[in-house]
Design a protein around this ligand. Structure first.
Ligand SMILES: Cc1cc2nc3c(=O)[nH]c(=O)nc-3n(C[C@H](O)[C@H](O)[C@H](O)COP(=O)(O)OP(=O)(O)OC[C@H]3O[C@@H](n4cnc5c(N)ncnc54)[C@H](O)[C@@H]3O)c2cc1C
Length: 199
């Protein structure tokens, strides 16, 4: 028998979101993090922008997951008391010569299934944001901001394992596949313990 159904290395936003999704399905998950805090890696340095998914290539995982993830992120934030603001953003053509590029972005956004993208004139853009140098713009209603630190705390709250308070400062040094007669999975060696997990 494994100690956990799944072990996740790294309590960044990706690891925490994966752990949250697995825990919701009833899986017993442990997240092992080498730093003293969750979200202390790249996730602590992000700009807290919730991206719309305008630019990613057609059919790419990024295109699909950015749109799905954005919707899921707003829903999670609303349900769990994480501050967010769907304030929208303007993508601006600063001269007539940039308008074809703006149209290309609008087409890609439509292909990617990004809702709420509206082509507007320079005057309309200035009505939203005075002082803009805009020949035209895209008004992207679904872009926004989120309190990422609170997001990580709320996602981690789902982890109810006995390891919950003991999972930090646990650098994993080379997970080892451990096939056994009765069980096949992974041992996750850390300096202080080696929890085992099925995945
Ligand atoms: C300047 C900047 C601005 C950004 N702005 C935005 C933005 O506005 N919006 C947006 O959506 N994205 C933004 N991003 C991108 C976003 O921050 C990253 O895509 C995201 O944080 C990556 O999360 P992660 O969980 O994959 O990685 P990380 O947050 O780095 O998590 C990985 C974790 O694994 C841990 N770890 C690594 N090895 C081990 C080990 N052996 N044992 C135990 N733990 C280990 C690390 O300590 C770390 O905590 C930005 C990125 C940067 C750099």
């Amino acid at each position: 028998m494994s100690d956990f159904d799944a072990a996740i290395v790294g309590a960044g936003v990706v690891g925490l979101a994966a752990a949250y999704a697995l825990a919701r399905r009833g899986q017993n998950v442990v997240v092992l993090e080498r730093e003293a805090l969750i979200g202390a890696g790249v996730s602590s340095r992000n700009s807290e922008v919730v991206h719309a998914g305008l630019y990613y290539p057609t059919g790419s995982l990024k295109a699909r997951l950015c749109v799905q993830g954005r919707r899921a992120l707003y829903a999670f934030a609303a349900a769990h008391g994480v501050a967010y603001e769907q304030c929208g953003k303007l993508v601006v053509a600063t001269s007539e010569s940039e308008i074809p590029a703006l149209e290309t972005i609008a087409k890609q956004a439509e292909i990617n299934g990004v809702e709420g993208v509206r082509a507007i004139s320079g005057d309309q853009a200035r009505a939203i944001e005075p002082g803009l140098n805009a020949a035209a713009a895209l008004d992207v209603a679904v872009s926004g901001l989120v309190d990422s630190a609170r997001l990580y705390v709320r996602a981690a709250r789902r982890d109810r394992s006995p390891w919950r308070r003991d999972r930090l400062q646990r650098p994993v040094r080379g997970p080892k596949a451990t096939p056994r007669a009765s069980w096949c999975g992974w041992a996750m060696p850390t300096a202080r313990a080696s929890p085992r997990a099925g995945w």
